[in-house]
Design a binder for this molecule. Structure first.
Ligand SMILES: Cc1cc2nc3c(=O)[nH]c(=O)nc-3n(C[C@H](O)[C@H](O)[C@H](O)COP(=O)(O)OP(=O)(O)OC[C@H]3O[C@@H](n4cnc5c(N)ncnc54)[C@H](O)[C@@H]3O)c2cc1C
Length: 144
């Protein structure tokens, strides 16, 4: 059975996984995500998500991935791609072989040169965890 591995469980990776099923791919689909959560939308992080205590706006719940036979590995970073063996090594030492590989690793904030990240009053906002940290710091005495 063919195996498509997607590195990056952001919006692109998750929607690509569902699109494979919608277009009739019947093999294995594995989504690898470094973050501890199921894939979620980032735009709310800088809007309501910053003001209200909320869960991330998930693209789908666990049941939908199961129904679509999409394996989601959260908290797993792809550390090496061996293109000859067609295998991805994860941060926990596991190795996954693939027939096709999709890189959906997205983007990272670019720090200003010479300005430390997340120090003092400077914060980076990219993930749900970042939003939670900023929300906490915005409370009286929280440091921002
Ligand atoms: C705060 C904020 C607000 C935004 N607001 C808007 C908006 O209002 N309108 C709009 O159009 N766009 C907005 N955007 C942009 C939009 O969210 C991005 O375009 C979108 O997130 C891109 O999705 P992506 O899946 O390509 O990448 P990403 O969202 O960056 O997801 C990539 C994922 O891959 C994971 N990853 C990376 N490397 C590895 C690896 N080696 N192994 C495993 N996992 C890995 C990352 O941890 C991440 O979870 C906003 C973005 C942010 C951060």
């Amino acid at each position: 059975m063919k195996h498509i591995v997607i590195i990056g469980a952001g919006e692109c990776g998750a929607r690509a996984a569902f699109a494979l099923r919608e277009r009739g791919f019947g093999g294995e689909v594995t989504l690898i995500g470094a973050e501890p959560h199921l894939p979620y939308e980032r735009p709310p992080l800088s809007k309501d998500g910053l003001a209200e205590a909320s869960l991330p706006k998930f693209i789908a719940d666990a049941a939908r991935y199961e129904e679509a036979r999409i394996t989601v590995l959260t908290g797993a970073t792809a550390e090496n791609i061996d293109r000859v063996r067609k295998a991805v090594t994860l941060s926990d030492g596991r190795s996954l072989s693939y027939d096709r590989l999709l890189l959906a690793t997205g983007a990272r904030p670019r720090a200003f040169p010479g300005v430390p990240e997340n120090a003092g009053r400077i914060r980076m906002l990219r993930t749900h965890s970042d939003a939670l940290a900023i929300r906490g710091a915005l409370t009286p005495g929280g440091g921002l």
